[in-house]
Design a protein around this ligand. Structure first.
Ligand SMILES: [Fe+2]
Length: 158
């Protein structure tokens, strides 16, 4: 998406929207993958789950508290709870096993709903509030770096 005509620096909401696009791309790649290519499906789901996990944590720790005073974010928290429950299933569920494709389908539907809600309601509302979204974005970037490192260490332990 060209941002040449937006002089402001990337802020928290731009970063979260970029996460959304990356997650959607992984979902699309999964849909295009050969049904029998289990290795590719596992790796795409793994990457999507990592992105969703980090995204969910930074939103709950940094974004929703900033919005909460004026915007109802209860539904967003419940949406996250569902997405997290589904991503946790993929810690042990592998492509080709019973329930893998169904779990992916429900995860995709829930994550897509979350993305739509945020981009049509929450983010536009937050842009109207007096929040320093650039500073919030910097905090998010720092937190994401720590979380990415933690996930990489966890993956190495297996
Ligand atoms: Fe989000």
């Amino acid at each position: 998406m060209p941002i040449a005509d937006t002089p402001r620096p990337a802020d928290a909401l731009d970063m979260l929207e970029a996460d959304h696009r990356a997650i959607e791309q992984l979902f699309d790649a999964f849909e295009r993958a050969d049904a029998g290519d289990h290795e590719r499906k596992d790796s795409l789901v793994q990457r999507a789950c990592e992105l969703l996990t980090i995204h969910t944590i930074v939103e709950e720790e940094l974004l929703y508290p900033a919005a909460q005073a004026r915007i109802d974010v209860d539904e967003a928290y419940v949406g996250h709870f569902l997405v997290t429950t589904l991503t946790e299933r993929f810690a042990t569920l592998r492509a080709g096993e019973d329930g893998f494709d169904a779990t992916f389908k429900v995860l995709k539907a829930n994550a897509t709903h979350h993305i739509d809600e945020e981009e049509t309601t929450l983010f536009p509302e937050m842009r109207k509030m007096q929040i320093d979204l650039v500073t919030l974005g910097a905090k998010m970037a720092a937190r994401k770096a720590v979380l990415r490192e933690r996930i990489a260490e966890g993956a190495m332990a297996h």
